[in-house]
Design a protein around this ligand. Structure first.
Ligand SMILES: Nc1ncnc2c1ncn2[C@@H]1O[C@H](COP(=O)(O)OP(=O)(O)OP(=O)(O)O)[C@@H](O)[C@H]1O
Ligand SMILES: [Mg+2]
Length: 289
């Protein structure tokens, strides 16, 4: 009986192993060009130079997009669903190569530098903040593996995460996946901010979460974000009015183009696309602070 059971297990597992090997065999889309060099430490200037892009076999989703972002600026990307906001940041982190045109960081065409040297210097935070199994401390330290406990606490403190962490049953040693210590969406975001601050990237990309969080936490997150954005070039796909208002410039993306650029007040008084978006959506959004 044991032998026949073993045979069954073997067959089932072989199927699984086959799938694992298939995944291991996938060649990444983005590979280093010959003579690729390491991108020097990033200062933070970003240029899109006449960028056109189509996903494989698709039509053009970005058309001749050009812009110049200075080091340290915070840019909010707004626009309807499918406008091309995520595509812009995907090209900046080189998850795809442009179809036409160039993306430059500090004057370096990013298609000429090694993918590793590029991505290791960028902080990318997605909508669903990822928590690893392990403690709160481990999760923050993931931003910089050799960080001391003191650095972890400093980062948490700077982004307003320290207080709620101290209120958890075991503080920084609380297991994030343990029953009874489930973290709220807002708390996860605060931990992700601490993680990003610890990693200290000079370019930050944030796809802001859409899910609503309570007013109190929202305020903490907003302040945490301001700390994080200071001194870094930041691109935020913004869903919250407080983020949009705080941005140095807002890019209004529509039909694969950047149709309007300006700050909240300038764009409102233009009475153009942004104004329409604002009246239709943002006006009703939670202000946060
Ligand atoms: N991986 C993909 N393959 C093919 N087409 C894609 C892919 N990702 C996005 N698209 C298409 O590209 C266009 C722009 O999409 P993008 O994700 O940049 O929009 P978005 O502005 O981020 O929208 P949202 O607010 O919904 O996130 C859309 O028409 C979308 O269908
Ligand atoms: Mg998107």
């Amino acid at each position: 009986m044991n032998i026949s059971n073993f045979y069954n297990m073997l067959i089932t597992n072989l199927a699984g192993a086959e799938r694992i090997f298939e995944i291991m065999d996938i060649v990444p889309d983005i590979v280093n060009v010959q003579d690729a060099y390491a991108l020097p430490p990033i200062v933070g200037e970003v240029i899109f130079d006449d960028v056109t892009f189509a996903y494989e076999d698709g039509e053009e989703v970005l058309k001749n997009v050009s812009f110049h972002v200075n080091a340290g600026e915070t840019i909010a990307l707004v626009g309807h669903t499918g406008a091309g906001k995520s595509t812009i940041v995907n090209l900046l982190s080189r998850f795809y190569n442009t179809t036409w045109g160039r993306v430059l960081i500090d004057g370096h065409d990013i298609s000429n530098v090694t993918v590793e040297s590029l991505r290791s210097q960028m902080g990318i935070m997605t909508q669903d903040t990822f928590m690893f199994s392990g403690t709160v401390k481990d999760n923050i330290r993931y931003g910089k593996l050799d960080a001391t406990d003191e650095e972890v606490v400093q980062a948490a403190y700077a982004v307003n995460a320290h207080d709620f962490i101290m209120q958890l049953e075991k503080g920084y040693d609380t297991d994030v996946n343990e029953r009874g210590s489930r973290l709220s969406v807002g708390q996860r975001q605060l931990i992700a901010l601490a993680r990003a601050l610890l990693a200290d990237p000079m370019i930050l990309i944030l796809d802001e979460a859409t899910s609503s969080i309570d007013t109190q936490t929202e305020k903490l997150v907003q302040e945490g974000l301001n700390t994080l954005f200071a001194g870094r070039t930041s691109f935020v796909i913004a869903h919250r009015l407080s983020t949009i208002r705080n941005a140095d410039r807002i890019f209004v993306v529509a039909e694969g183009e950047i149709k309007e650029v300006g700050n909240h007040h300038q764009l409102l008084s233009n009475k153009g696309l942004y104004y329409k978006l604002y009246v239709a959506q943002y006006k009703f959004l939670h202000e946060g602070a």
